[in-house]
Design a protein around this ligand. Structure first.
Ligand code: SGN
Ligand code: CA
Length: 512
């Protein structure tokens, strides 16, 4: 009798658990690094096909106006995890910050609600031990494209032979295979691709050979009226290196000194060198200088970048196939996003950081069977800040008071939802690529930016008349009323998000 009772209790408990997990969707978030929407066919890319990402967009929603709080790798991931701006989560830049995992994180709230959680791949949040994950296996710092090292739960060092994007997918699948199947899961897959120095899987080398990429119309931007754009160091012309970035080394000895390349196995190296030796030969025969050289660099950059993205997209497809094969697709939210946008030659640039559209805006697609209608297009403003509350709410967790974002689940469910009218941005790092720190506000039509430290100046753009943000109209007498109104909105956002540092700068007149 006693045994029968125990068995009955156990059966009821199991039933409750599986009923609970049916209400609690699994969550898979794939975050790439520096993947520009300009190179994604779901966003209308003219030069590349991304069937994996397109599949998600077709079966779910494409967000056309998703933005980040601070366009840089670590700060973006810190905001994603904490649901707070950089000044409150403490991770302002990649150079001086070390993430404090003791703070409230959406994954901790999901764990408390019964989820098993994991992060596999690039995290890039400093050296402290990650918290909030039942399992992690992450790249140290930026990680390596070939034969990468990983740090697994408990600080265990691992080394795998192969190409990083494929390995991250394999490790993710391993974790899914070995998880506790009765519990809902939340898995974050952090990819290194498509980060500089843009190295594709060997099978994708030269995938875009023969294709001519049109120069963006503002490739030869002279940066008139924009002081911060004048002092940056992120141009294809001057900043992009022929050797490390585009793999045209003066000699084999020089190539052998590059850690990303000399860690390859002899077999990998043979394929790699056969391809690049040919490119180098073609390059040297042309004796390029001036604009011809810059445009050749642009073509090579596009080729390497998009080939790396092709390897990434194939791995996104592979994970979607895994969900299908394991009967998980129906009950799993899948989000694909980049940590920020990226320049593909616009303004003559690569890299990110600026509050200008190409870097501020990020690609984001989301599939949520039974909630999001296939083929949905969401044009409302969304921020990476909103993901933490959205995912906690979807997982039936408790929302902490500290969150600065807000859930967009009601928007997906066609329930009462007030979209963001204006977005607040703050970039801090004053170092590599020489982008002046700045903060600002974006509304449906305008963008007002205050630069400080390197450059002390305001900029205003009318995005309707000037979507490429080429003409700073801050000083135009006709802009006076708009400036007053936007400054009011900016001051409100600074208050709302409690950004004391920005408030002080806002209250100090700019030097010009
Ligand atoms: C490296 C890159 C930079 C890049 C930062 C930050 N230089 O330092 O070009 O902006 O990472 O990128 S490299 O010579 O080492 O490639 S982030 O995505 O991690 O924020
Ligand atoms: Ca990044």
């Amino acid at each position: 009798m006693k045994h029968l009772l125990t068995a009955l209790v156990l059966v009821t408990l199991c039933q409750q658990l599986s009923a609970q997990s049916a209400q609690q969707p699994n969550i898979l978030v794939i975050i790439s690094d520096d993947h520009a929407y300009q190179g994604i066919s779901a966003y209308g890319s003219r030069f590349a096909q991304t069937p994996g990402i397109d599949r998600l967009a077709k079966e779910g929603a494409l967000f056309t106006s998703a933005y980040v709080t601070n366009s840089l790798c670590g700060p973006s991931r810190a905001t994603f995890l904490s649901g707070k701006y950089s000044h409150l989560n403490g991770f302002k830049d990649n150079t001086q910050s070390d993430f404090d995992f003791n703070q409230d994180l959406f994954v901790k709230r999901l764990q408390a609600a019964g989820y098993q959680t994991a992060w596999v791949g690039k995290m890039h949040l400093g050296d402290r031990t990650p918290q909030g994950f039942n399992y992690y296996e992450i790249l140290p710092g930026q990680g390596q494209y070939y034969n990468p090292d990983f740090i697994a739960s408990g600080g265990v060092r691992k080394h795998y032979e192969g190409y990083v994007t494929n390995i991250i997918t394999r490790l993710s699948e391993n974790w899914l295979n070995n998880r506790e199947p009765d519990k809902p899961f939340c898995l974050v897959v952090g990819h290194k691709a498509t980060h500089r120095t843009w190295m594709p899987d060997l099978q994708d080398l030269g995938a875009f050979d023969g294709q001519q990429f049109p120069l963006p119309s503002d490739f030869y931007d002279t940066y008139a009226t924009r002081k911060a754009a004048q002092v940056q160091d992120m141009t294809v012309e001057k900043t992009m290196r022929l050797a490390q970035d585009l793999k045209i080394f003066p000699s084999r000895e020089a190539e052998n000194k590059m850690p990303a390349i000399n860690r390859m196995t002899p077999a990998q190296r043979k394929v790699w060198d056969a391809y690049h030796d040919r490119i180098k030969q073609e390059f040297e025969q042309q004796h390029l200088t001036g604009k011809a050289l810059t445009e050749w660099k642009f073509q090579r950059y596009m080729n390497d970048y998009l080939s790396t993205a092709k390897s990434l997209d194939r791995n996104i497809s592979a994970l979607l196939d895994y969900l299908d094969q394991h009967d998980l697709a129906k009950n799993t939210i899948v989000i694909y996003m980049s940590d920020q946008g990226f320049y593909m030659g616009e303004h003559g640039w690569f890299d990110k950081r600026f509050m200008y559209e190409e870097s501020f805006r990020t690609p984001m697609v989301m599939r949520y069977p039974g909630v999001i209608q296939p083929g949905t297009r969401i044009t409302d403003f969304i921020m990476n800040l909103d993901l933490a509350p959205t995912l906690i709410e979807a997982g039936k967790g408790q929302l902490p008071d500290s969150l600065q974002g807000r859930s967009f689940l009601p928007l997906l469910k066609h329930q009462a939802y007030t979209p963001h009218k204006a977005l607040y941005y703050h970039y801090y790092e004053n170092g590599e690529h020489s982008v002046s720190p700045h903060f600002g506000v974006k509304t449906g039509r305008y963008k007002l930016i205050r630069f400080y430290q390197k450059v002390d100046a305001w900029e205003l753009f009318d995005l309707e008349k000037d979507p490429q943000e080429l003409k700073n109209i801050y000083r135009d007498p006709a802009s006076a009323a708009i400036v007053t109104d936007l400054k009011k909105q900016l001051a409100q956002l600074i208050d709302q998000y409690k950004d004391e540092e920005a408030r002080k700068i806002f209250n100090t007149p700019a030097a010009d």
